[in-house]
Design a protein around this ligand. Sequence first.
Ligand SMILES: Nc1ncnc2c1ncn2[C@@H]1O[C@H](COP(=O)(O)OP(=O)(O)OP(=O)(O)O)[C@@H](O)[C@H]1O
Ligand SMILES: [Mg+2]
Length: 311
Amino acid sequence: MNTLNHFDTPQLELLHRGKVRDSFRAPSGERLIVVTDRLSAFDSVLETPVAHKGAVLNGLAAFWFDKTRHIIPNHVISLPDPNVTLAKEAEPIRVEMVVRHYLTGSMWRGYQQGQRTFSGVTVPDGLTKHQQFPAPIVTPTTKEESDREITPENLVAEGWVSRELYEQMRVKALELFNFASQWMAERGIILVDTKYEFGLLDGELMLIDEIHTPDSSRFWSAEDYARNPETAEQMDKEYVRQWLIAHKQDGQYPRALTPEVSAEATRRYLNIYERITGSPLLTGNEITPDGDVQARLVSNLVRAGIMKETI
Ligand SMILES: Nc1ncnc2c1ncn2[C@@H]1O[C@H](COP(=O)(O)OP(=O)(O)OP(=O)(O)O)[C@@H](O)[C@H]1O
Ligand SMILES: [Mg+2]
């Protein structure tokens, strides 16, 4: 298979199967994050994997973790395979640090209904869809069954995080956001919003999970935004979403994509990777012998001493 929809092996304990990533316990006790080619849209995972999406997301996160080391340490130990990150296990802080620079998404929906204060941040009347804020704002949520907007004061009062740690997270989140915004702006991409997760290891704050990927962030093309801010679309997924909307039947979105739509989605992910990192994602036979991603992954994990032999 030239895609990775699902990874399972009796050799590794499954820690968590998310919508897109499957996380395991490596024999060393570390966390093995397998980023699959699953794509979720409208809150459900499509049956059709999108080739190279997992490697694009894993590669972009690795790129950013590396580029932002001077701002904050992170959980990455190594990338034993293009779809896999071996990470230090941290004590996760159950807070999503959402940073927004534009009025869109759930915030825009709330704004239209009259909401003006978001996680303790008050914005003025009269803003328009997709308008830029004077500076990025931090609107944290708790990590629960469904994420909850919460003020920093209540995060502390409810015991999610101490005041000192929250302040460190806030400063780091804004520093990360400003750094990446500038990098992307120079490449014609707007970092609209994103979320960061932090953890503690030996008492030290570090960045965990993923960073500045299309699954944790919104990207708009600057060109698209300049043409008409209100119709700016997410560079990665909007194309698939629009196709799903156009092919809705009896109130249901299709559960699978056609090969053409899936191939176009792949093209878009590869393009984002190349625009941001400056190099194309390597996808040829030398990376994936026989085009079989799962076989490549297993042999890379064996080589890294994480698995013993083929499943
Ligand atoms: N280095 C780490 N140490 C400890 N926990 C981590 C680390 N990196 C990520 N995590 C946690 O692992 C979990 C990864 O979950 P994942 O993102 O795959 O699925 P999810 O968040 O449950 O659902 P969704 O697919 O909707 O995002 C998150 O709860 C994240 O906080
Ligand atoms: Mg997640």
